[in-house]
Write a protein that binds this ligand. Structure first.
Ligand code: ATP
Ligand code: MG
Ligand code: MG
Ligand code: MG
Length: 347
């Protein structure tokens, strides 16, 4: 019998469109002889819509967007009722309400195996401040940073500006603590742009992190596995823009990805060892993409990990594995196998 594979995508997140691209690509890679594919679309508003099982890959992401059908109950209810409940779920969601442990919690209580990271790793990995605090516990080198929440900023803006200007130097990177795909991130080069950057980031999150900007190469590593995770080859990003922003990631196609990255010897070993240490301290499972800075002096600094990295066929994570000998369809199979293994392991 075919296994019922639920693809959960879309999401109430600023990264909704990215997730739709991922879901379209994944349908192209699934073996329809082996799986019955159930599309489960989460709208921008956070409503769940279960579609009819797919029999062929989705040609466009438009095909995977479902309009409301008033004659049917809301899909989340349908879904929770056990009416066609999937045997296993691929949560192809990025950002809040998807990459942050919330849907993972739902699948946990429903006792359905799901691919990727669990509740703890997902939520700790989504919050850049918590993630950095955990990284510090295991001695992973990071850039200096300042963090605060909206109410603190509103209460005493000048205190926070003074603190940032004392503890950090320009340029600084101002980020919403809980996002991805560079959404809400700005590079601040002076006092005025710093204030504007904080106000902008506050549109996306109540918690802000302001990091010391570094001038360095950007190297990424894919990690795959559960208790004994393995690293992919290294990849380097050469952004053409001021930094690797949203457009550079998904729209302009100008960013050059060097795979494998020209990094050798000790630096390569350090990058991989740090990626595994980061994976373990967050108690990750399935996959992560670890993002690093490597300075001219070959100093390796961890930037972050992504618990559900970009997953379109032109995204770094699948390309890293392709260059390590794991094709896109094999990668999906592996994630499914790892999900089942983890589900068994928990019992
Ligand atoms: P994603 O999850 O898609 O990787 P993100 O939204 O979590 O992105 P970051 O990876 O933290 O964001 O930052 C996005 C980009 O901004 C980096 O790839 C890099 O180009 C630049 N950047 C971020 N922080 C710094 C920093 N401290 N110094 C220099 N460049 C930085
Ligand atoms: Mg990220
Ligand atoms: Mg991300
Ligand atoms: Mg990143």
């Amino acid at each position: 019998m075919k296994r019922k594979l639920g693809l959960v995508y879309g999401g109430k997140s600023a990264e909704h469109e990215v997730s739709l691209s991922t879901a379209t690509a994944v349908t192209n890679a699934i073996d329809f002889g082996k799986y019955e594919v159930i599309p489960i679309y989460i709208t921008y508003e956070g409503e769940w819509r279960k579609g009819e099982p797919l029999t062929t890959p989705a040609e466009t992401k438009e095909q995977l967007r479902f309009e409301r059908d008033k004659t049917k109950p809301d899909s989340i209810h349908d879904f929770l009722n056990g009416n066609g409940t999937p045997d296993i779920i691929l949560p192809l969601l990025h950002g809040t309400n998807g990459e942050d442990g919330t849907v993972q919690g739902l699948f946990e209580v429903m006792n359905i195996p799901y691919a990727g990271n669990g509740v703890l790793a997902s939520s700790a990995g989504m919050d850049k401040v918590v993630m950095k605090q955990l990284f510090a516990l295991v001695g992973l080198k990071q850039v200096p940073y300042v963090h605060f929440i909206r109410t603190q900023w509103k209460a005493d803006q000048s205190y926070w500006i003074k603190k940032m200007e004392e503890e950090l130097t320009f340029p600084m990177f101002v980020k919403p603590a809980n996002l991805g795909s560079s959404v809400g991130i700005s590079k601040a080069t002076d006092h005025d742009s710093l204030i504007a950057a904080v106000d902008f980031a506050l549109k996306f999150d109540r918690k802000i992190i302001v990091e010391q900007g570094v001038s360095a190469r950007e190297i990424e590593v894919g990690v795959l596995g559960n208790d004994d995770p393995q690293c992919s080859v290294l990849g380097e990003i050469k952004p053409v823009a001021a930094f690797y922003d949203y457009e550079a990631k998904y729209q302009d196609g100008n960013t050059e990805l060097l795979i494998p990255a020209p990094v050798q010897g000790e630096v390569e070993t350090t990058l991989k060892e740090m990626a595994i240490r980061a994976f373990k301290v967050l108690d990750c499972s399935g996959l992560v993409r670890a993002d690093f800075f490597v300075t001219d002096q070959d100093e390796v600094i961890i930037n972050e990990v992504n618990t559900m990295p970009g997953f379109t066929p032109t995204s770094m994570f699948p390309l890293l594995w392709q260059n390590t000998g794991v094709s896109y369809p094999e990668l999906i199979d592996t994630l499914i196998e790892l999900a089942l293994e983890r589900h068994e392991e928990k019992k």
